[in-house]
Design a protein around this ligand. Sequence first.
Ligand code: TLP
Length: 352
Amino acid sequence: MKTKEFIDLRSDTVTLPTEEMLEAIRHAELGDDVFGDDPTVNKLEELAAKKMGKEAALLVASGTQANLVSLMSNTKRGDLVILEAESHMYWYEVGGLSAIAGLLPWPIESNLGVLDPKDVEVAIRPKDIHFPEPALICIENTHNRHGGTVVEPDQIKAVSEVTKAHGLKLYMDGARIFNAAVALKVDVKEFTKHVDNLMFCLSKGLSCPVGSIVVGNQEFIEKARKTRKILGGGMRQAGIIAAPGIIALEKMIDRLEEDHKNARLLAEGIAKVDGLAINLGIVQTNMVHFDVGELGITANQFISELEENSVLALTLAENKIRMVTHRGIEKEHIEKTLSILESIVKELRLKR
Ligand code: TLP
């Protein structure tokens, strides 16, 4: 178990609820949400739908559940789903899209998460007795495995034109869509207006303990509500989850800017450490990816060194490490992390 003395840069999912959130949980007005009776859940869902410029919303347990519920509500078994090759849905969701939703994933490469509409067009393929029915195109924003990169509204629009032309739907895994909005200093609706439906997470940078929200039109959300039920996700007094969610949407979005500033500070510091390789161009939000290959060490070995020095990070690939900034990580933590990184690299060099 990781305790508080660590500088925990593994993910923004490690954020703890604020005091105000804990108070809100304590005093939340509750009901049975499966009967539609929880006023706090209803308030959160209305607020989320409004914020995203869509008709309706649904609170679910996690980002993974949100994606699965959305996939199942947008498709039928046997359909083809076109998604980005490095997407979370393809990499990290236990293959639920095939194992549970019965879908055939069709991964396509992108430029830092930005799909080329021409590639999408090719992936759709013509109607043919041999081919599965294409049903859905998925994008991810910000893009996790590409380094928290932002897919800009115009780039989403370009893909949406292809999906519309083929009568398909466009879905966005917007787990960190508010990071994208804050990074570009635009309203989140600039992104959401180009997709049919999406999900976003409350339990990442927004600091909630649990929860994600699926958003779309009434018909889709009705279907999603039933899909959530079949997946065992119908929750009863879910107002205790929704209460901090309301605070997240009302008060926690603008502060993501601080996380972005800290990520930039960290990235610029890493760029100065001889032996660590980083592409500063992809540091657009709260994630920092860097490579330790030049030191003749694997990411796992490097991470163990970091852990001994009370810094936690995640392995992305053989030599690639991810650090994520979030509420609870301040400028001094970044400075401390940088000095630890420098001393680890120095020692590794001495040993060689
Ligand atoms: N991502 C987690 C891990 O699973 C890697 C993280 O720490 O970044 N979509 C995207 C883009 C995500 O980054 C994640 C979580 C999810 C969906 C799933 O959300 P949860 O963890 O709530 O199921």
